[in-house]
Design a protein around this ligand. Sequence first.
Ligand code: BES
Ligand code: MN
Ligand code: ZN
Length: 495
Amino acid sequence: MEFMAVVDAKARGPSGCAVIGLYENGELGLAARQVDKQLDGLITNLHGSGDFAGKLGDTLMLPLPAGAAASRLLLIGLGPRASFARKQFRKALQSAAQALSKTGAGDALVYLALEPIAELDMQYRARIVSEVFSSHAYKIPDLKTSPKPKARPLTTLSLATADARAAKAAAEGLRIGAAIGQGMALARDLANLPPNVCTPVYLGSRALQLAKEFPSIRTKVLDEGAIRALKMGAFLAVAQGSAQPPRLIVCEYRGGKKNAAPVCLVGKGITFDSGGISLKDPPGMDEMKFDMSGGAAVLGTVRAIAELKLPINVVAIVAAAENMPSGTAVKPADIVTTMSGQTVEILNTDAEGRLVLCDAITYSRRYKPAAVVDVATLTGACIVALGNHVSGLMSNTPSLAQELESAGMRADDRAWRLPIGEDYVEQLKSNFADIANVGGREGGACTAASFLGKFAKDLLWAHLDVAGTAWLSGAQKGSTGRPVPLLVDFLIHRT
Ligand code: BES
Ligand code: MN
Ligand code: ZN
């Protein structure tokens, strides 16, 4: 989909659909007032007749007579003017995208960003527009064999702005939102694919493909032998029960100064988490194909920033493996030596995320990173604590936590800070090794992050537990593409 900002909409000729907002009390939005005049009070009359109440998310599609400025008029309810803010703006856009997808309109002109919206400047408004419309256009790569209805997708979306200055800000916002949308689409595709397709080797091949697409990206994929040479004993222990060999995927994006320290984004890439010998219960086990969502998100983020040509250096590191039970699988009570030299007693083979991540975090040290952020569907406990709305955020560096928290707010992809530290590490004591990989039920998200903290040590490090936010269950089952928006916003604000 192509996005553009326009100033003088009329001068651009007729569009397939004009999208206009209406508040709940019948008050017309800025653009609606103009259009109402052009249409001899049609919109005012509609409200008077009770045909359109303007409730948030309500839509009404009207065909317009030949010769009008648009073939169709789409009215969007904005709710009460007093409460119209970023959340309502997003909701209104989602309804617009939904209604437009049911028409034959190939292009549309959206007037909604002309409304005043508290705390949202033009760039962010435009960014939400392109992000919402590209997310809405996303299709799951399904393997359904029934014939698909012929798609008539929107190919061009224009955003009406008041003047040249606003148009410039809007164009930049549209560009950012579209890149985030593409990054999310990559992350979602990878997570939605079945685990017999999306294996560690496959993830590696997709990362190599990124390097082919973008000259600013260089990808290395380390095989089992190379991982062994690095002495990543914890990572290998997780992989050893599976017929699928592990991969350490390293995707370097160079947009900044040659010697500028990069931000390392470390992703959990468990392409299927059966639990291993500590086998999970069958209900819902299929959802463990999403256990590589952290890895998918860091690759999606690199794609987005490469598209944006951000002046920053970033390295995505994905520890990809499959966690399976078998005669060769790691067992509860096995002790492994990590790349850092610390020994770990594996008391529960289902706590595998922290095992692959601790070695990947240690690997990131070779980049002398400015910051390390790991992203993982790490614990069910995080879902119990926070639900599906916000990601868990833990860090050993308050300023880095603050940066990520703010990025999450701006990007509507929130994270909430949770504690880590000595008290939680205490729960991980082992009589037989330096540390155990589980610390009991209490504070499960915090003990998991505190385990990682023992490997991050002096690094400026943060951890995002996205177990609850990376995918949806139920009727809407599928990947959400989170936290790509948070990460891209975080990186934009680092430039
Ligand atoms: N991938 C899971 C975490 C998870 C569970 C994500 C449910 C989304 C939904 C992780 O590897 C895991 O199994 N964690 C265990 C840790 C426990 C054994 C200490 C958990 O959360 O139950
Ligand atoms: Mn697990
Ligand atoms: Zn897992």
